[in-house]
Design a protein around this ligand. Structure first.
Ligand code: 13P
Ligand code: SF4
Length: 419
């Protein structure tokens, strides 16, 4: 029997989650000091994004009432509405989604319903922004709880990336680019603000997700000598390493330090310049957990998300996006034992879907991604009821100029095909 996420939050020995997560998100969204972020280690962005307060009537509704309202609204809105849900969403939300997928699949799914007036994105802020950029201008994109951010995305802000870029441009100014290849190509992980996607669009760069990072890096190496990869150092390092880039050619820059904290010669020799961002959920996975899983379950298969640190990816049997992990489990045999290094809602769902296999999370006390977790059925019911009343609540609107350039970088990604 799989433990519910709330049971894990409240009862796991040594659990590191904030016990507030077992409450409705409205109970802690507005409390001082608990801004957007995935764990207690998060850097809280400034200014902090505060959600609107969920009306008390919705906070008090029973689960049954909320689900009934969501179903009724869906029925009434019909083809005018499409609900997208990321794999990390709680089951209570996933059950209402028309599409469930990884961030690449959901970016594409946003394109497959051009006739819908409204896309309700049950995921995090950067995903809803991406949907708005790719959607038709008349389509509305809603993020049910505006506090559903991504702490990793918050680790790269536009000013810091611009400043680092200028330093690099100065350093590489004398380089011979007569072969048409740029000195450096910016590559942003999907988990980033629309402003950074626009930065990539303006500077000959591209977006990647965890499911196409190698294809995108191949594309980038055709356009330039090296890549500036942000915000996730781990995805950048793991992907570069798998493509044969030596570690010494993947220095991690420090945007706060003079000279980016790296010797000029190292910057000149670099192929992948890594930004120091990380995911608070995936950085918790360790090689010791894998060793323990192998000791306790001889023959266990270990699959992790590439946002995990490099030694963890190296020690695992496989690494890939959330959809890769789902397919890895689907391809396993009854009786197999599989240890997974990713967010707990997805692990628990896979364990429930494949009861004839032993499936568990590598970290026995892992938290849910607390920002994904902020999409509660209460918020979903509230925004859908708003649509029935003719009101678009919690709409995500990306500035037109930003959207135009971000779309260039996203379309390069959608067009990039594996060799
Ligand atoms: P996927 O692209 O694999 O869905 O991952 C998104 C994410 O935020 C993982 O932490
Ligand atoms: Fe962001 Fe994904 Fe990590 Fe959540 S799990 S903080 S969405 S990178």
């Amino acid at each position: 029997m799989t433990a519910s996420v709330n049971e894990l939050i409240t009862t796991a020995p040594g659990a590191s989650c904030d016990a507030d997560l077992a409450e409705g998100p409205w109970a802690f969204d507005l409390s001082p000091g608990y801004g957007p972020g995935a764990s207690e280690d998060d850097v809280i962005p400034d200014p902090v994004v505060r959600p609107g307060q969920l009306p008390v009537a919705y906070q008090r509704m029973s689960d049954d009432e909320l689900h009934a309202r969501i179903r009724a609204a869906k029925e009434a809105l019909g083809e005018r509405l499409v609900i997208l849900g990321h794999f990390y969403q709680r089951d209570e939300v996933v059950q209402h989604a028309d599409f469930v997928g990884d961030s690449f699949q959901l970016a594409n799914a946003a394109l497959t319903k051009p006739d819908a007036d409204t896309i309700v994105f049950c995921g995090v802020h950067f995903m809803a922004e991406t949907a708005d950029i790719l959607a038709r201008p008349e389509q509305h994109v809603i993020l049910p709880n505006l506090a559903a951010g991504c702490s990793m995305a918050d680790m790269a802000d536009e000013d810091s990336v611009e400043a680092a870029w200028e330093e690099l441009m100065e350093l590489y100014a004398d380089e011979d680019t007569s072969d048409g290849r740029a000195s450096v190509v910016p590559v942003t992980y999907m988990n980033s603000s629309a402003a950074l996607k626009a930065f990539c669009g303006r500077h000959g760069g591209i977006v990647c997700t965890s499911s196409n990072a190698a294809t995108v890096l191949e594309w980038a190496f055709e356009q330039g000598r090296r890549v500036l990869f942000f915000p996730d150092q781990h995805l950048g390092r793991n992907t570069g390493k798998a493509m044969g880039v030596p570690l010494e050619q993947m220095p991690m820059i420090n945007p706060r330090k003079p000279g980016l904290g790296v010797e000029p010669q190292e910057l000149l020799d670099a192929r992948v310049l890594l930004w120091p961002g990380f995911c608070s959920v995936h950085k918790r996975f360790t090689v010791a957990q894998i060793d323990q899983a192998r000791a306790q379950h001889p023959g266990v298969k270990v699959v992790v998300h590439p946002e995990s640190p490099m030694p963890v990816v190296d020690a695992a049997d496989a690494a890939g996006s959330t959809d890769f992990i789902r397919k890895f489990v689907a391809a396993s045999e009854p009786g197999d034992v599989i240890a997974i290094g990713t967010e707990i809602n997805l692990v628990n769902r896979l364990a429930a879907d494949y009861p004839d296999r032993t499936i568990f999370c590598l970290d026995p006390v892992i938290c849910p991604c607390s920002t994904m977790y902020r999409i509660h059925p209460g918020y979903l019911a509230w925004v859908l009821d708003g649509l029935l009343e003719g009101e678009v609540r919690n709409e995500i609107v990306v500035d037109e100029d930003v959207a135009t350039h971000a779309k260039v970088a996203l379309e390069r990604m959608l067009a990039a095909l594996p060799k």
